[in-house]
Design a protein around this ligand. Structure first.
Ligand code: NAP
Length: 311
């Protein structure tokens, strides 16, 4: 059976080379999710209900941030959402930015909004995230939503970890009892996914270890893990000799590396040496086309939920 997940070919069963090696197609799954959202938007329109509206705040002119925000706006158009982009000068004061956020908090037409990170160093990121109305916090970074997520209560789950959960669910990869190593402890990816995978939810129930730059002998941990989720931003850091046969690999990293053969002069690579690790993994996400597109799809899913709460 091709679609029955790892339960029947669990690495811990010592099945060695019999795993069906599978590349997890995040692009396809994200398109499925966007199509599902599109249908729901059409249904809402037919019923005379409000069309979801996502807004994005972008401060400064950081190239990658502009690219990410533009892809989010483009995805809104694809599913039939309304969208707004608020672009501020990099020298905007923290007070002024909080004032602008208050205006969006009070704008009934906007269901959800995000503040694209990172912010200029002159602005305190936590003060900004704390000023977002938790009901519109579709990134799930406000302490109220983060706390609810930690408690396993209904909340907006940050989009990247939410996307990873969806990949496991849609590929029917059940992590129950598996040894899962998360590398990277950021507030937006590593820490939340480590919390979510340890919870007593369908496809989760993993035994989770959270590694970071102070972890001693990381290779000992990686070699001992059934599942590795890497979110560190170091190009091709995870090598085949660090991974056990049949492991499930999720690569969150996005790095630009110089490539004179490419038109742009660079190419995008993940944290994982895909060419070699994919020969050992039972499942693996590529970069690009793995976790990245899922992040946008789940942001839109959260925005639809925010809109539905106002019905
Ligand atoms: P981050 O804030 O950049 O932090 C990196 C984390 O990796 C830190 O916890 C750091 O440990 C850890 N780390 C760095 N070098 C390490 C090493 N050699 N061994 C073990 N741990 C190490 O993390 P982030 O914002 O989550 O970003 C990580 C990567 O994911 C980046 O490439 C980013 O572009 C990408 N990303 C992708 C998506 C997506 O949609 N696919 C979304 C968000 C981020 P310390 O805490 O000890 O410093």
């Amino acid at each position: 059976q091709a679609e029955d997940g790892i339960r029947d070919r669990s690495p811990s069963r010592g099945l060695g080379d019999v795993y069906k090696r599978q590349i997890i197609d995040g692009k396809k799954i994200s398109e499925d999710i966007l199509n599902e959202i599109h249908l729901k938007v059409q249904e809402r329109a037919n019923q005379g209900l409000k069309i979801p509206h996502l807004a994005a705040i972008l401060v400064g002119d950081d190239g990658p941030s502009e690219t990410y925000v533009n892809s989010k706006i483009k995805a809104c158009e694809k599913v039939g959402f309304s969208s707004s982009l608020f672009n501020y000068d990099k020298n905007i004061s923290e007070e002024k930015l909080i004032h602008e956020i208050e205006l969006i908090n009070n704008n009934d037409d906007i269901d959800g909004f995000i503040v694209q990170l990172p912010l200029p160093s002159s602005i305190n990121q936590n003060n900004i995230l704390n000023s977002v109305n938790p009901n519109k916090d579709v990134d799930g970074f406000h302490p109220i939503n983060y706390g609810k997520m930690t408690l396993g209560a209904n909340s907006f789950i940050p989009a990247t970890p939410y996307g990873i959960l969806q990949l496991f669910q849609r590929y029917k990869i059940d992590l129950e009892g598996k040894k899962c190593l998360v590398i990277g402890r950021s507030q937006i990816v590593g820490r939340p996914i480590s919390i979510l995978l340890s919870q007593s939810n369908e496809f989760c129930n993993a035994t989770v270890t959270l590694a970071h730059s102070r972890t001693i002998d990381l290779a000992r941990h990686t070699l001992n893990s059934d599942v590795i989720i890497s979110a560190i931003g170091k190009p091709e850091f995870l090598k085949a000799e660090m991974v056990k046969e049949g492991a499930i690999i999720v690569d969150v990293g996005i790095s630009r590396v110089k490539d004179s053969s490419s038109k742009k002069g660079y190419r995008i690579v993940g944290d994982v040496d895909f060419k070699n690790v994919s020969k050992k993994a039972s499942y693996i996400t590529p970069v690009p086309g793995g976790v990245g597109p899922m992040t946008i799809a789940m942001l839109l899913s959260n925005t639809l939920e925010a809109c539905k709460k106002n019905d």
